[in-house]
Structures are given as C-alpha cells and as structure tokens.
Design a protein around this ligand. Structure first.
Ligand code: NAP
Length: 290
C-alpha cells in the first residue's frame, strides 16, 4: 500500500534543494519534480541562493538544509569546494575530484557525491557513442573541467591535456590527475599551444563558461576545428553555442551540454530517492525547457 505523507496527499513527498549563486533560472527543479511525478512522488525543490540578500555562506546553507529536514541538496558554482568542510563523508569520485555537486543527508550524516563526471560520460556515450578517447583536450580547469577530466581518464582516455587561461589551476589539476592515473596519461599545456594540442586531439571539451549569455563568444579559433575532432560543450544554455555551431560547420561531431545536465540529474535523483529515472524522458523535459 502506498504511504501517505503528512499533507494528506497519496503521493509520498520529499524536499531537496540547490545551493549556489545566481541559481534562480536553474533547470534542476524542473528535471527533478517532473521525474518525481512520473514515479508517484511529490518533490518540493528549494533554491538556496547565495546571492539572495541575507543568505549565509555555503556551509551555513548546508547546515540549514539538514536541520530543516531536506533529503539532500544539489551544489553548484561557486560552492562545490566550499561545502567540503561540513560534510561527514565523500564518495570515492568526490574524494578524487575534490569537489561535490550532490549532498545526501541520512542517519549517518551528510555525504558528498560528484555526479558531474559520470553525467558527462553517460552523455558522451549516449550522444557520441563512437567518440575516440585517444587524445582528449579539456579547456578549463575549474570544478566542471576537473570532474570531466577525471571521468574521461576513468572511462579510458589514453592521453588527456588540460589547458586554462590561468596556467596555475591547469597545473594543479594535471598534477592531481597524474597522481591517480599516471603522469604518462595526463599533462597540462599553456593556452598558447592550443593549436598544436588540437592538431593531434581526437576530442575537445569546453569546460569554460565561454558561450554562455554572460560570456559570449567561442573559446577556440574556428580554423582549429576539423572533421576527426569531436567537440563537447558543457555550456547548456544556449543549447547550440557558438563553438558547437562552428564545429558543426567544420564537420566535427558535436555534443551539447544539456546531456550532461540531465545525466548528472539522473544520478542525483537516484541518490535522493533510490529510484533510477528514465533519462530519455528527462532529456525530453529539458528539450521543452531550453
Ligand atoms: P569555473 O570554476 O569558473 O572554471 C572555468 C575555468 O575556465 C576557469 O579556470 C577559467 O579561468 C577558465 N577559462 C575561462 N575562459 C577561458 C578561456 N577562454 N580559455 C581557457 N580557459 C578559460 O567554472 P565551472 O564551474 O568549472 O563551469 C564551467 C562551465 O561548465 C560553465 O559554463 C558551467 O555552466 C558549465 N557546467 C555545465 C554542467 C552541465 O551539467 N552541463 C555542469 C557543471 C558546469 P579564469 O577563472 O581565469 O577565468
């Protein structure tokens, strides 16, 4: 028999949230609440926005969410590392990446997970099933770049190069990945060598914000795009970024960022509810919203 929640609804209810800055336009509430409804659940989704007047820092928001009985929270920019000190445990992926995008509260405490990397790999396998992982370039060494680079290496990338406008985070990320996967598989390279790196690459991931409405443009000169190079953008709004448009015209197989958003939410939904939702229906939900 179906449990009855305290509101009297026949649909069991739970509350989750999202911690981050400038998250009022997030698509996560839509993805989670629609998937929940398909499983006979009522998901209340709260936005815990750092930029709202009077809101506390990320660790305080985690503590508040836990105290108020939320089942868990998603975590987005710029909080993926600043929440780490208040967590009780980390999943192996979150530990290796050094950042979390999902926190689950239960009797054992607060556990941090990172579903960004596995979400990217699921999207890559779904959207570009034949993508060769011989030599992959990851542009952008922030939180998203770190998660994707880790997942690519765990998923079989033979050689991976990290580039960033700032060489320091690229160097730190390459050193961290080398420790786990071996220095012969990972290196960092200055942005000035992008042309040489892409000449030999089989794949390129844009893990910078360039292409979003707030950072318009293309992070890679169009002349470096060629058939034989698959191009993935983590930016998901707009669905077709300038990079993907130029890459498509150059004959590159392309992968928009919406797939990663959906597949990381698929895994987040499973962590919150124990149920694996239908990714295809969540992709359709996203398509109607973007
Ligand atoms: P972040 O922490 O700000 O990292 C971005 C990095 O890229 C920074 O180190 C930045 O350097 C560097 N960068 C900026 N412009 C560059 C350029 N033209 N060339 C080379 N490097 C450049 O951001 P993030 O949290 O990793 O997110 C990156 C992007 O991924 C965002 O657009 C975000 O929306 C997207 N994302 C998508 C998903 C998804 O599910 N699809 C999930 C997570 C993130 P500076 O700091 O020096 O500028």
């Amino acid at each position: 028999m179906r449990a009855v929640d305290p509101s009297g609804s026949a649909h069991p209810a739970y509350t989750i949230g999202l911690i981050g800055a400038g998250i009022q336009g997030s698509l996560s509430p839509l993805l989670h609440t629609r998937a929940a409804a398909r499983h006979g659940l009522r998901c209340h989704y709260r936005l815990l926005d750092l930029k709202e007047p009077g809101t506390a820092g990320a660790p305080e928001l985690v503590a508040r969410a836990r105290a108020e009985g939320l089942r868990g929270v998603g975590v987005t920019h710029p909080c993926k590392q600043s929440v780490l000190p208040v967590l009780d445990r980390l999943s192996p992926e979150a530990e290796a990446i050094g950042a979390v995008n999902t926190i689950v509260f239960d009797a054992q405490g607060a556990t941090g997970h990172n579903t960004d990397g596995t979400g990217f790999m699921a999207s890559l396998r779904h959207g570009l099933p034949g993508a060769r992982l011989d030599r992959v370039a990851v542009l952008g060494a922030g939180g998203a770049g770190a998660a994707v680079a880790h997942a690519l290496l765990a998923g079989g990338a033979r050689r991976l190069t990290v580039l960033d406008a700032d060489p320091a985070p690229a160097g730190r990320l390459a050193a961290r990945l080398s420790a786990g996967f071996g220095g012969d598989r990972v290196r960092d390279a200055p942005l000035t060598t992008l042309a040489a790196v892409l000449e030999r690459a089989t794949g390129l991931v844009n893990a910078t914000p360039v292409g979003m409405p707030g950072s318009p443009g293309c992070p890679v000169p169009a002349r470096l795009l060629r058939p034989g190079l698959w191009v993935a953008d983590l930016v998901y709004r707009p669905a077709e970024t300038e990079l993907l448009s130029l890459a498509g015209k150059a004959g590159c197989p392309t992968l928009p960022g919406g797939g990663m958003l959906v597949f990381q939410a698929v895994e987040g939904f499973r962590l919150f509810t124990g149920i694996r939702p239908d990714a295809r229906r969540m992709l359709a939900d996203l398509a109607t919203a973007v």
